[in-house]
Design a protein around this ligand. Structure first.
Ligand SMILES: Cc1cc2nc3c(=O)[nH]c(=O)nc-3n(C[C@H](O)[C@H](O)[C@H](O)COP(=O)(O)O)c2cc1C
Length: 187
């Protein structure tokens, strides 16, 4: 049982990545987890769709091994980031079949609240995902800057994360999430 987290923001100090790390941090100790920062993958390999690049292969293998895939993205131009799409394009057609997927998105305004549903979810479905948890969308105003973490999401956002995770399959929750550990919520 393992979890892979894909950070789809090009920014070093990213709200969507902060939310992603919150999800990783609240998993039980026994759950193996890894984070792939897509901005750190070789740009030329992403732009040229180099399927054989060693770092791309490693990232693909991490996705293949995961039972839960958590994907975080900023909303760019009413959709998910091009960086994320570049990586998803390098996955095999059935890369997400049999996996649970949680999508997290952050945007400047609530106007693009549904972008994860209308833009990202169809791509996840095309990759074989059939169990997609409720997406969590937050606006920039729902984050407080943090000296170490970069940003911390407000309580109402974290509650929606918990609600989404509660829909994870029983088999997965048995592996560590039956009794979620209390999460320190930001003031
Ligand atoms: C190039 C660009 C395009 C953006 N387009 C949108 C948009 O269409 N809708 C929106 O709500 N926010 C938009 N934003 C704001 C970001 O989605 C928002 O600040 C987000 O929280 C950034 O996430 P990050 O900190 O994880 O990178 C855009 C920002 C940039 C830099």
């Amino acid at each position: 049982m393992s979890v892979v987290a894909l950070s789809g923001s090009p920014s070093a100090s990213s709200r969507s990545t902060a939310l992603l790390r919150h999800v990783l941090a609240r998993l039980d100790d026994g759950v193996a987890r890894s984070e792939i920062s897509l901005r750190d993958l070789p740009p030329a390999a992403l732009v040229r769709a180099d399927f054989d690049d060693p770092a791309i292969r490693r990232a693909r293998d991490q996705v293949a091994a995961a039972r839960l895939v958590v994907i975080a993205t900023p909303i760019y131009k009413a959709s998910f980031s091009g960086l994320l799409k570049s990586f998803l394009d390098l996955l095999p057609q059935d890369a997400l079949r049999g996996k649970t997927v949680l999508a997290l998105g952050t945007g400047g305004s609530a106007a693009h609240l549904l972008a994860l549903d209308y833009a990202l979810k169809p791509v996840l479905a095309a990759l074989g995902a059939r169990h997609i948890l409720d997406a969590v969308y937050a606006v920039d105003a729902q984050f407080t800057p943090h000296a170490i973490l970069g940003h911390v999401a407000h309580d109402d956002v974290l509650r929606r994360v918990e609600r989404a995770l509660a829909e994870a399959p029983v088999a997965w929750r048995r592996a560590g999430l039956d009794s979620p550990r209390p999460v320190a919520l930001a003031a």
